[in-house]
Design a protein around this ligand. Sequence first.
Ligand code: SAM
Ligand code: SF4
Length: 326
Amino acid sequence: MTALVDRFGRRFPYLRLSVIEACNFRCSYCLPDGYHAVPGRPAPLTLAEIGRLLTAFASVGMHKLRITGGEPSLRRDLNQIIALAAATPGIRNIAMTTNGVRIDQLAGWRRAGLTAINVSVDSLDRERFKGITGYDRLPSILAGIEQALGLGFHAVKLNAVLLRGRNDHELPAWFDYLRTRRISLRFIELMQTGDNLDYFHRHHVSASALVADLQQAGWQELPRLADAGPAVEFTHADYAGRIGIIAPYAKNFCAACNRLRVTATGDLRLCLFGTSGTPLRPLLQSDADQAALTASITTQLGLKLAAHALHDGQTGITPHLASIGG
Ligand code: SAM
Ligand code: SF4
């Protein structure tokens, strides 16, 4: 089997597949005015197209899939997508990132074959959560997360985007939350996208202050595993949970890149902030095109750059992360 390796020696066993661009939340850093369909935009990939895409990626070494969006749980055939991934030879981990709006469907996702779940929880305070996401959903989401802990997932993770003046003082509450729960909390540094420049300037805060706070509270950085992604993880003997930090503006962040992305309409994206995408959809119409599909993926990978240019404000063609899946 050909493995996906780029010209800098990075391996890509991990695919993030957006299955829908639409979302029902209005996260202030992502879709502050809600999702508006782009006129003329084709429908998301069908089950058959997704099946061919997954087979091709798995044949060149992809073994971890993340289903994302938009909000993936808005897809009516989500269980079928998960089951399709679970039935694809080579795919061992099937994770999903969700805002938790349909977290009551969790047991069904698990039964269909989902192995890990990330739920976005930007605040543990109900009013603040509502202020950031536009939805008063925190209690049901937290209840769903409790349920997730009993369903045998390999990992239950929470994502919180770090926002100056909005949720950057909640560390003590998170410590309490993580004391007894085997959950990995990921703080994500706010990223600039095409649409959020003013917001970014108002609310971006570097994760370095957070790292200092964690170290002062006795949290210890874990050694990085060879195939680990870009999160730096911390543990503490007094807490069952872990804390990870995803700091895209940190030096060498891209050196650990191990993922490729495909948008909901089937464009291959080599980087969150790249300047182009390659339409794979024409090659997803027939099983006969599998060889051409894998050839296209490997050829494109040869063009992947060493790093993004986010430090210079270059956000590429990504207006917001709902358009690509984060
Ligand atoms: N709707 C799902 C959700 O929110 O979990 C999945 C898609 S969302 C685009 C994936 C992740 O990207 C979420 O954890 C979200 O908080 C994060 N995100 C969105 N915009 C971001 C930005 N500008 N900077 C950093 N993280 C962002
Ligand atoms: Fe929707 Fe996720 Fe974007 Fe929030 S971060 S608006 S939940 S896509």
